[in-house]
Ligand binder design. Structure first.
Ligand code: FES
Length: 218
């Protein structure tokens, strides 16, 4: 988050940095934030400090657009906090593609809004065990079978391909691979809904295929 803020500041871009913590003692990087060249954009929200204003999320999220352009919100913190801000942003009219969050492990369950506004928990843990399919390497024509219970990344590595992986949970995007043909079954948390709908890339560490074959641009 701080790197992103520094980059935005260097680009002279408009942004606000809201930082919530219980108190100053529990707030990491306070000196760095207060001495940064963009310290005037930092808004501290400390629960146990009467001089600190609590985060007014409805006010912060009130305007999803600025001068006709979609704004973006980036969220980092405990899972419950991230979920709360995501839901608040959605209620304030922010589109999914405008909401970005940083998780350090794949969620076991995910909140889905029902029509009456309640939140229904559904299991969205990446499923790498579904039906088998084939991967076709466009550059060589090599066909790689991916067995049920085997991840596409493991099948590709077993076939001698160099697959760049890191989290292997669909979070980091390291393994994102271009798709030329076929329909991926996206199980990652990295791509936006629009990116998943385009089916131009997939994450072989956790995603599979709805079609019998996926032709990859590698
Ligand atoms: S290795 Fe992180 S998304 Fe695939």
């Amino acid at each position: 988050m701080m790197s992103m803020a520094s980059t935005l500041a260097r680009q002279n871009a408009s942004f606000e940095f809201h930082y919530c913590a219980r108190n100053r003692a529990r707030a990491a990087f306070l000196p760095e934030l207060e001495q940064s060249p963009w310290s005037d954009r930092v808004h501290l929200h400390l629960d146990d400090d009467e001089h600190s204003a609590l985060l007014d999320l409805p006010a912060v999220l009130a305007e999803p657009q600025q001068n006709g352009s979609a704004k973006r919100v980036f969220i980092c913190g405990p899972a419950g906090f991230i979920q709360f801000v995501r839901e608040s942003a959605a209620e304030a009219g922010w589109h999914n593609d405008q909401i970005h969050f940083e998780q350090f492990s794949a969620p076991d369950s995910h909140g889905t809004k029902t029509e009456n506004g309640s939140t229904e928990l559904t299991d969205t843990t990446p499923d790498t065990t579904a039906a088998d399919f084939e991967i076709v390497v466009a550059s060589s024509g090599q066909v790689i079978p991916v067995a049920a219970g085997q991840s596409a990344a493991n099948a590709m590595r077993a076939a001698g391909l160099d697959v760049s992986v890191s989290c292997e949970q669909g979070i980091c995007g390291s393994c994102l691979t271009p798709v030329l043909d076929g329909t991926p079954e996206h199980n990652d948390y990295f791509q936006t809904d629009a990116e998943k709908s385009s089916n131009r890339q997939f994450t072989p560490c956790c995603s599979r295929a709805k079609s019998h074959r996926l032709v990859l641009d590698i």
